[in-house]
Write a protein of this length. Structure first.
Lengths: 313, 519
């Protein structure tokens, strides 16, 4: 079976101006959203306590209202209560403002208090409590992680390719992370540790995709020289197109499987990846290669000696 | 390398990895049965998958400094007295100790005895502050003591493979797989000395009646403690001094035992110091009542019948578990400095099981779809890629079992993602071979060019992704770190399988007759 019987010859470069404008607007909007609306941070980054409990049948009918009343009696009038899953699972997630750093027995008091109020012991499904100090540290380490990955990739590409290739690759990563983060801000999806991990995976995926095209450009430049760089980029993009579509399609199949069946904990993770794989694929062409062309036009594009040697060998 | 040598290498690696990953497909009971072909250690599951309690604790350094200052105050008073220097007052003020009196003499005494203290003079007082180095030492010592106490207490709970480790400045990581965050788990953090023995000064059936007996109110150096029956009802109120005769830190041992009627009791032994105090007190107070108080609750308050020395026992209204837990707490001593829970993540066992089920179901579905697609799209060579994929997953599980890396829920997602990325390497090679065939090359030349030309692409793209995996490993915490480990191992494995395993399969099937190539 083959989707692309002959080599395709789409004019990717012709649409570059439009796409670059589109990307610029999308990124500007994402940044604006992040700056004004911000994120719906999970407790990982802001601190707080989450207690998820299952109420036994013997406690009779329960709903958020009944639990709220009980929590008010326990002195947690500011607690937020949400049902998790279908009603027959009788599972509720309670978000408390404080953390166990200030009150070590916070979760134990709530669980015990609910058990006494309901007249039946509740089952603890999960407890997560993050103190303000740890939350701040996790936020800082998240930012470091992203910045260091950009820096590392920049240096690697500079070392393996030419410097003209590096800024485009990193700009593509900044583009992808900003766009995905912007979507999380726009829809108010919870931003937790797993979403951060997903952003880093997007970086990994996107750079992978960019390198495949860059490598082909390097090879073609080695054979044909840099005179018509636009044509070279177009040709390289077409030559790798079948691979690009197959790989992103297959990875997306796996991501959708996690999104639909992977359970609630992985949902945010899979969602971020789902968005990221689309933009990661797109940005290899319209951000990374676009900047490569612009930089090479301005500062010249020395044909890499290594690629030349291999091509003539 | 000849094809035969490559097969031997591939066979050896695959066999080893299969052997290493085999235990993960068997239950704990089957592994413990001791089959010669089955290793005991499979994949280590993270707490998010097997359930348990994870704590990041911090030594309360302010309290530690206060305790140290109190000690310093006592020492200074001693030194001044020994050197006969007038010390009008020694007072704790915030994080400093203020000495008044013969300042010049005091400064000399302090200088002689201490090297690392910050001394200044202010408002006619000598102000001592702990230097930063001293504070660090106090915290480090606190961490060491806390580790020891925590280890004993967690052991006493019977936790299988707990983690109790220092974690940077003043922090301790505690992981207790399979434990729920109940009172029993939480009791390992109790900072107080649990057991106190106090003389009973007066008693009444309830607090109100006892207060009625004392028209002048409760004296400042005394307090009321209550004893409760099993159903929480107050049975007696006792008046006792605030200062205990003996506390649990002088215990040498405490264990669960049973009395003649098979009721659980706690037997204990004092150390030498405790023995002396206990013997003196009991011999002087025969006929009086003595209260054993744990956690401010009276456990028992019997009448002293005779002199008691090293060994004693506490009979109370406990269940077997309560007596066992209390004995553990008594035995492991007090935590010298309170611990603060900076981070807690508790996962119930059923949640962990649900997560594994969901994760595995999603992985199997995603991977099967990829398998089917590869077989349809690339026919026979697609099956080569699938073989490479299976070897890849075996290497991943095998290396993780060997390195005792922890598989977390995001880690399962990492396995699945590795599958996607591993397929990429094969797709890059296959598309290149097709391209070379289209350009008019024959089978042999197309295969050679396909693998050779793809090498730099696969190498560079995997290495840059590996870079992000390493960043995840370094900066991530908990499950995210687990994800980084999985991704890093998976990427390395996928380079091997695509470039070595797939290549060997091509050479084996098409090496002699490349015209048969169908791709």
């Amino acid at each position: 079976m083959e989707f692309f019987k002959a080599r395709t010859n789409y004019d990717f470069i012709g649409k570059m101006k439009f796409m670059v404008t589109f990307s610029t607007v999308a990124i500007a909007l994402s940044l604006l959203l992040i700056a004004t609306k911000g994120f719906n941070f999970g407790i990982d980054f802001v601190g707080g306590t989450l207690v998820e409990v299952q109420i036994p049948e013997s406690a009779g009918a329960v709903d958020e209202g009944r639990l709220r009343e009980m929590l008010e009696k326990l002195g947690h009038a500011d607690a937020a209560i949400v049902r998790v899953g279908p009603p027959e699972e009788r599972t509720y997630r309670i978000s408390l403002l404080g953390s166990q750093e200030e009150n070590r027995d916070l979760s134990v008091q709530v669980v015990k208090g609910l058990g006494e109020g309901l007249g039946a012991e509740v089952t603890v499904k999960t407890i997560d409590s993050i103190g303000p100090r740890v939350g701040k540290e996790l936020r800082a380490s998240a930012i470091y992680a992203i910045l260091f990955s950009w820096l590392g990739i920049m240096l690697y590409i500079w070392f393996r390719f030419e410097w003209q290739y590096a800024p485009g690759a990193v700009l593509a990563l900044i583009h992808d992370v900003t766009f995905a983060a912007g979507m999380f801000s726009l829809f108010g999806w919870e931003f937790d540790m797993n979403v951060l991990a997903a952003l880093l995976v997007i970086i990994g995926y996107s750079i992978n995709d960019t390198i495949v095209i860059y490598d082909r450009i390097r090879e073609t430049v080695g054979m044909r020289g840099t005179a018509e760089l636009e044509d070279v980029v177009n040709e390289a993009t077409n030559a790798t197109l079948s691979r690009t579509i197959l790989t992103s399609g297959l990875t997306q199949v796996v991501v959708v499987a996690i999104l639909l069946l992977g359970g609630p904990v992985l949902r945010g993770f899979a969602l971020a990846l789902f968005i990221g794989i689309f933009v990661g694929t797109y940005s290899s062409i319209y951000v990374a290669s676009a900047l490569l062309i612009w930089l090479s036009r301005r500062y010249g594009h020395p044909a890499p000696a290594k690629a030349k040697a291999r091509a003539t060998a | 390398m000849s094809l035969r040598a490559r097969w031997i290498l591939i066979g050896a690696i695959t066999g080893l990895m299969a052997w290493l990953s085999l235990p993960s497909f068997f239950s704990q009971a089957q592994r413990d049965a001791g089959h010669w072909w089955l290793r005991k250690d499979g994949l280590t599951l993270g707490l998010d998958l097997q359930g348990g309690v994870h704590w990041l604790l911090r030594i309360d350094s302010e309290t530690a400094v206060q305790q140290e200052l109190k000690k310093l105050k006592g020492n200074t008073e001693g030194w001044a007295e020994d050197a006969k220097i007038s010390l009008a007052s020694a007072e704790l003020a915030g994080d400093s100790l203020e000495l008044r009196g013969d300042l010049a003499g005091l400064r000399k005494v302090v200088d002689d005895n201490l090297q690392i203290v910050d001394i200044s003079e202010q408002d006619g007082a000598l102000v001592l502050r702990l230097s930063d180095r001293w504070k660090r030492e106090v915290v480090d010592r606190g961490v060491q003591q806390a580790l020891e106490v925590l280890r004993k207490r967690v052991d006493g709970l019977g936790v299988r493979e707990p983690v109790i480790a220092p974690q940077g400045a003043g922090r301790i990581l505690v992981q207790m797989p399979g434990v729920q965050d109940t009172g029993a788990a939480r009791s390992v953090l109790e900072s107080t000395t649990f057991l106190q023995f106090k003389a009973v000064l007066d008693s009444a059936p309830s607090k109100e009646l006892l207060e009625a007996k004392l028209p002048g109110g409760i004296p400042a150096d005394q307090e009321v403690v209550l004893s409760q029956s099993r159903d929480g009802k107050e049975t007696e109120a006792l008046l006792v001094p605030k200062v205990a005769i003996l506390t649990g830190d002088m215990l040498e041992d405490a264990r669960l035992d049973f009395d003649r009627r098979n009721r659980p009791i706690i037997t204990f032994q004092w150390n030498n110091e405790g023995t002396a105090i206990f013997r003196d007190f009991t011999s002087a107070h025969i006929g009086d009542r003595l209260a054993a108080i744990i956690d401010n609750k009276v456990i028992t308050a019997p009448v002293i019948q005779s002199k008691i020395g090293r060994n004693g026992q506490i009979t109370g209204d406990f269940t077997r578990e309560e007596a066992a837990n209390t004995a553990v707490q008594l035995r492991s001593g007090a935590l010298p400095i309170p611990l603060v829970i900076e981070e807690e993540r508790t996962v119930g066992p059923s949640v962990g099981a649900d997560s594994i089920r969901d994760g595995i179901r999603a992985s199997l579905l995603g991977t099967s779809l990829v398998f089917i697609f590869m077989a349809l799209y690339y026919s026979v060579t697609g099956m080569f890629a699938n073989v490479a994929l299976i070897v890849n997953v075996l290497i991943l599980i095998g290396l993780m079992s060997m390195a005792r890396a922890t598989l977390t829920l995001p880690g399962i997602a990492g396995v699945v993602l590795t599958v996607g990325m591993a397929v990429d390497s094969n797709v890059i090679i296959y598309e290149r071979i097709r391209e070379e065939l289209r350009n008019g090359k024959n089978g042999r030349a197309a295969i050679a060019a396909g693998f050779n030309r793809s090498f730099s692409t696969i190498f560079d793209s995997n290495l840059t992704t590996l870079l992000t995996a390493v960043v995840l490993l370094t900066f991530g915490r908990g499950p995210v770190q687990g994800f980084g480990v999985t991704l890093a191992i998976g990427l390395t494995a996928s380079m091997f399988t695509a470039l070595v395993v797939t290549r060997a399969l091509f050479d084996f099937f098409y090496g002699a007759n490349p015209e048969k190539l169908r791709i």
